[in-house]
Design a protein around this ligand. Sequence first.
Ligand code: ASP
Length: 344
Amino acid sequence: MQRRSFLKASILSGIGFNAASFLHAAERSSWAAGPLVISSANGLRATQKAMELIRSGADALDAVIAGVNIIENDPKDHSVGYGGLPNEEGVVELDSCVMHGPTHNAGSVGALRHIKTPSKVARLVMERTDHELLVGEGALRFAKDHGFKEENLLTDEARKIWLHWKETLSDKDDWFPEDNPDIPKNYKELSKTTGTITCMGIDLNGNISGVTTTSGLAFKIPGRVGDSPIIGAGLYVDNEVGACGSTGRGEENLKNLSCFLVVELMRQGVSPKDACLEAAKRIVKHAKIPSLRRKDGRPNFNVSFYAFNKKGEFGAGTIYGPRKFAVNDGKENKLYTAAYLFKK
Ligand code: ASP
């Protein structure tokens, strides 16, 4: 038993709490459905990997982290980890959190530079510190103390997309865009990319865990931290209820603590899909400032939610759709279409 868990158990037994049965209850939950893994649309490889591990007996937390590590290490996904789009100065800064249902424990990192797999560092914050969130320089030093290697996370492609963004920002500055027909047309499109992977699972013991990991908003102000490392905003797990993760404009999730809201709605019996749509509606209602609105009054951003309850019912809801999400129910690993408030 870890020192901290031991201390907590000792304190609980000191006040007449049966720590042994508490810990047992925390390890095994009896009324969950079969194994399930759900993720954002970029997570089909993650759901596949996580389910394989869960089927071989892994804890849901080990499984979902191993799943998202595939995407974090993939240079082609410009929204997560290695190959993620950088901040406005061309430096990749990553956010991540993990939440472990059986212990209701969590760990996070924000604005972490030079480490490919922030989800693994977030897990270490949970397991090897008395803190929940480490950011910036302190998070990097902590990762290095644990043997992570500093690497350049800016791939050549991400650098070119960033440079193209910088050179086309203004015609009043001194940066000229390259006069080169070979510049991929989709650079402009890609430069608007936001994205993240969130992945949550139920293991063979009926326990639930989740992870969210991202490079955040492309070209953000250095030091900007989004919803992805904030428990309740970009991820929330309650082992007795279910889990919710989110992608999209993090600032709105931070102002609405949306994933916590989804799980609380599911606690009251609302289906995962309806709970996700309700969180999307709440964001739309609260997005009052003009900079968040289009001319027609609708939001000029998107936010998506992915959730399941302990019965194994799952769903997703988004402001603008259609949009896909990935599910592995132990039989099939495939994309489903999320419910949405407005057609794109
Ligand atoms: N939620 C992420 C953030 O705001 C970005 C995204 O999912 O697109 O950092």
